[in-house]
Design a protein around this ligand. Structure first.
Ligand code: AMP
Ligand code: ZN
Length: 118
């Protein structure tokens, strides 16, 4: 099963449930935002859905509201960190995409000149 509210093997579900600490930025009923433990830029936060979704591949009409809520809020987070002039949003998918935590999350990265990827 690729989607349920809690996956006991998932590090981000454990963060959502308070079993693992995080440096929280924002929380509401649908999403949790916290600082990446291994930042790749001066600002590097992770936006996660509060239900377990493996990756963007598992997004559907039932769970899209969690994802769209993240996208709606990201500009606010960027503004609050003073990076709204330019930043990057990334979601890695699967092994070849470099996804190490199998719980859908969006990296918001900024605070320095970012190199081109593509
Ligand atoms: P990805 O490689 O796209 O799956 O991203 C996973 C991200 O989660 C990496 O940037 C890790 O540094 C980050 N990460 C892993 N464990 C934790 C944790 N306990 N608290 C905060 N960030 C974490
Ligand atoms: Zn999870």
């Amino acid at each position: 099963m690729s989607e349920h509210t809690h996956n006991s093997d998932c590090v981000f579900c454990k963060i959502i449930n308070g079993e693992i600490p995080s440096r929280k930025v924002y929380e509401d009923d649908k999403i949790l935002v916290f600082h990446d433990i291994n930042p790749s830029a001066p600002v590097h936060i992770l936006c996660v859905t509060k239900i377990h979704i493996d990756s963007l591949n598992e997004v559907n009409s039932e769970n899209i509201s969690y994802v769209s809520h993240i996208l709606e809020k990201i500009p606010e987070f960027a503004k609050s960190f003073g990076i709204d002039g330019g930043y990057r949003v990334v979601t890695n998918i699967g092994e070849d995409g470099g996804q190490s935590v199998k719980h859908l999350h969006f990296h918001v990265i900024g605070g320095k000149k970012l190199g081109y990827i593509g």
